[in-house]
Design a protein around this ligand. Structure first.
Ligand SMILES: [Zn+2]
Length: 405
């Protein structure tokens, strides 16, 4: 029924053809929002039609389900390649971006963390070049997420960001980075307590960039001023913070209590324990939650030490020799399972945290299964109520077998 094309790892990514087939693809599955049966027809890069079909009302574990493919606003790299590396190549960008399709993701923000300025400019230029040369990369890249360099330099709060790279917000410097990216930076994470942060947030917001707070030790009044200035998101709330905090107040409570802030959460089972995840979801309410993978550059690699970072046997990726996490190793599919388990929310609500909610935050059209929409979807089974077993992912009309990690 369905043609598949996986990644051919023998060739450089940019030499592997990446085009949808000509044939019409027909899918019959349960639809994610209402759980009724639908028949979808896809042609080329688009959904041609969606029609309701009769079928059993009660779901069974073997049923095939269909939903829009994921949007992930925080991906740092994969297979040892980092968007922040001074040696990043166009081929590596193509490889990391395309690899997301085999994890269920159709749209993403390549994310650069704090580094030497020249390395950041190189990363931004290289992503821009990959988008210019490869239309499928341009289609998948929503824009770039700059996580730094205007973050707290205090240990714990800075997480894996190198202290020497951290600095106060500087509009001229940012404009230079924006120029290197070809105006592709659409999301920036910063610490609002840094000198000059509030006017910077105003300017960035006015320029159309979404401002997020993260890696911050800010007090309540500072967080409120940042939100007044335009900040809209807490980046990976509950992480990028000291191991030990005053019980209250602290920056987690301040951000959880600020209703105007949305929150991105890493539901990989390591970054947030189940109770904390549950509390943050309740504090914010699911419509203001988006899940991100925060995929580490080491994601997809076997257990071992890779310079400054290590893939721990537990599955965590750590700054070597410390308890500090350096991004995640778990794709959004299993994170959604954790979210379902912990939150008790229905499937529709969980999937919105990785589809319509990131789209709404960015002011984009939410991904939908409707005629004329891009053929971006996942097929999955639900062997248990809170477990999504991803089978295939279609990105702009191209099918991928979903890998396990
Ligand atoms: Zn971070």
């Amino acid at each position: 029924m369905i043609g598949m094309r996986g990644l051919d790892r023998r060739l450089p990514a940019s030499e592997v053809p990446w085009r949808p087939g000509e044939e019409i693809v027909r899918i019959v599955a349960r639809e994610w929002k209402r759980s009724g049966w639908v028949e979808l027809k896809l042609q080329g890069r688009q959904i041609e039609s969606v029609c309701e079909r009769p079928g059993p009302v009660e779901p069974s574990p073997g049923d095939l389900w269909v939903a829009p493919a994921f949007w992930d606003l925080q991906i740092n790299g994969r297979w040892g390649h980092s968007f922040s590396s001074p040696e990043l190549t166009v081929d590596q960008v193509v490889e990391i971006v395309r690899a997301q399709a085999a994890l269920g993701t159709s749209r993403l923000c390549p994310t650069l963390i704090s580094a030497e300025l020249e390395a950041m400019r190189h990363g931004l230029r290289t992503i821009a070049e990959a988008c210019e040369r490869f239309p499928e990369v341009a289609a998948m890249v929503l824009g770039i997420h700059l996580e730094g360099p205007f973050l707290s330099d205090r240990d714990g709060y800075r997480g894996a960001h190198p202290p020497a790279a951290l600095r106060d917000p500087d509009w001229t410097l940012f404009t230079g980075l924006q120029e290197a990216s070809g105006q592709r930076i659409i999301l920036i994470t910063l610490a609002p307590e840094r000198a000059g942060a509030i006017p910077f947030i105003e300017r960035a917001t006015k320029s159309g960039v979404v401002v997020a707070l993260g890696h911050t030790a800010a007090d309540g009044p500072t967080i409120r001023r940042a939100v007044d200035a335009g900040a809209r998101l807490s980046t990976h709330l509950g992480n990028g913070i000291a191991q030990e905090l005053p019980r209250h107040p602290n920056p987690i409570w301040h951000q959880a209590a600020e209703d105007r802030l949305w929150a991105s959460l890493i539901a990989d089972g390591h970054h947030l324990d189940a109770d904390t995840l549950r509390v943050l979801v309740r504090a914010k309410g699911p419509p203001r939650i988006l899940l991100v993978s925060d995929a580490s550059p080491l994601s997809g690699l076997p257990v071992g030490t890779y310079g400054a970072w290590e893939v721990h046997p537990s599955g965590k990726i750590l700054v070597t020799g410390t308890p500090y996490l350096a991004g995640s190793n778990l794709p959004l599919g299993p994170c959604l399972g954790n979210f379902l388990e912990v939150s008790g929310e229905p499937l529709r609500v969980a999937i919105e945290t990785v589809t319509s909610q990131p789209a709404r935050l960015l002011g984009r059209e939410p991904p939908e299964l409707r005629p004329g929409a891009a053929a971006n979807l996942i097929l999955f089974r639900r062997p248990r109520q809170n477990h999504l077993e991803l089978r295939q992912c279609c990105v702009d009309g191209i099918w991928h077998e979903v890998s396990t990690g």
